[in-house]
Design a protein around this ligand. Structure first.
Ligand SMILES: NC(=O)C1=CN([C@@H]2O[C@H](COP(=O)(O)OP(=O)(O)OC[C@H]3O[C@@H](n4cnc5c(N)ncnc54)[C@H](O)[C@@H]3O)[C@@H](O)[C@H]2O)C=CC1
Ligand SMILES: O=C([O-])CC(=O)C(=O)O
Length: 349
């Protein structure tokens, strides 16, 4: 009975990693023996996101070495996760003096370190604490694994990604192809909410989400959603608002006990899997992500990105937008630009 349940959970994860956000991933499957060695480090691995994300990355056959770092608690998380019967070797690292070893040789570094929101807070209210945490972690990345792909989860993503870019520039190792703000959870939500309204199986749904990762800067493009459902305008507006407020919905439901952790771990695992597939040369791996961009006049912007052996292979354009989406795009620009500039200013202080 238990074995059957585990097998069907494993199959569901595999199906999800074949059909993730707005875009489709490579459909071939590989056995772990034929995969290259890949080290993934998770910084903030003992946290609400970090723990389930550590488990999900342990389940990923593309990972050969899993490095779990936090300021406390990682020996326990690593011992626990390490007993799972998959390919990767798991090691826990705790405290700044072990950060270098945790990072050395990493192909992908995932950062869910920092404080989460409580009801009534915006993501920007986390800036004062999280900006410093992200800055110091990125200084260490510059030193110990300068060519890793960095998946930034810590909020406010609209500012923490520009902070990382500035730190990497100062260290002389910045490569815009290797820095990603993780916005996959917005896509995950848009897909779920759309599937519910359109009454279609969520596994078949694709919805690109562009812009940034906070409130109105999150812009789902339901006009490009597939399968087509011809939903009326008021329903599209409601779906857009629900996607933009998805994080707040969870923060309020958790009533002071943090923000999305489980769905974020799922989304973070999907995005890291896409990065690993790209590194391994799987063709046509496309995901939405907040990256350095020329898609609009803003220096960073989330849109569909093709992933490859060096990280970003191509930042894809927005495609045709509805009038409602065009309006949304113009309205989000001032807030997104201010958040980007705030990050850049902080990093250069
Ligand atoms: N990008 C996205 O879509 C999402 C982002 N988030 C963000 O992810 C972050 C983490 O959220 P949770 O896991 O719920 O928080 P949490 O408080 O449960 O875990 C954060 C972990 O970071 C660790 N940490 C703090 N300073 C550190 C440092 N200098 N080095 C390494 N680790 C450090 C803490 O010890 C803790 O274990 C928050 O900023 C949250 O807003 C949350 C959900 C979605
Ligand atoms: O809402 C938050 O604070 C966490 C987050 O980014 C999300 O769930 O999208």
């Amino acid at each position: 009975m238990k074995a059957t349940m585990l097998r069907s959970a494993g199959a569901a994860l595999k199906r999800a990693s074949r059909s993730t956000s707005s875009c489709h991933l490579g459909r071939r499957s590989y056995s772990s023996e034929s995969q290259p060695e890949r080290k993934v480090a998770i910084l903030g691995a003992a946290g609400g996101i970090g723990q389930p994300l550590s488990l999900l990355m342990k389940l990923n056959p593309l990972v050969s070495s899993l490095s779990l770092y936090d300021i406390a608690g990682t020996p326990g998380v690593a011992a626990d996760v390490s007993h799972v019967n998959t390919r990767s070797q798991v090691k826990g690292f705790v405290g700044e003096e072990q950060l270098g070893e945790a990072l050395e040789g990493s192909d992908v570094v995932i950062i869910p370190a920092g404080v989460p929101r409580k009801p009534g807070m915006t993501r920007d209210d986390l800036f004062n604490i999280n900006a410093g945490i992200v800055k110091s972690l990125c200084v260490a990345i510059s030193k110990y694994c300068p060519s890793a792909l960095v998946n930034m989860i810590s909020n406010p993503v609209n500012s923490t990604v520009p902070i990382a870019a500035e730190v990497f520039k100062k260290a002389g190792i910045y490569d815009e192809k290797r820095l990603f703000g993780v916005t996959t959870l917005d896509v995950v939500r848009a897909k779920t909410f759309y599937a519910g309204k359109a009454n279609v199986p969520v596994e078949n749904v694709n919805v690109p989400v562009v812009g940034g990762h906070a409130g109105i800067t999150i812009l789902p493009l339901f006009s490009q959603a597939t399968p087509k459902a011809n939903l009326p305008n008021d329903e599209i507006k409601a779906l857009t608002k629900r996607t933009q407020d998805g994080g707040t919905e969870v923060v309020e439901a958790k009533a002071g006990k943090g923000s999305a952790t489980l769905s974020m771990a799922y989304a973070g695992a999907l995005f890291a899997d896409a990065c690993l597939k790209g590194l391994n040369g799987v063709p046509d791996v496309v995901e939405c992500s907040f990256v350095q961009s020329t898609v609009t006049e803003l220096p960073f912007f989330a849109s569909k990105v093709r992933l490859g052996k060096n990280g970003v292979e191509e930042v894809l354009g927005l495609g045709a937008l509805s009038d409602f989406e065009k309006e949304g795009l113009e309205s989000l620009k001032p807030e997104l630009l201010a958040s980007i500039q705030k990050g850049i200013k902080f990093a250069n202080q």
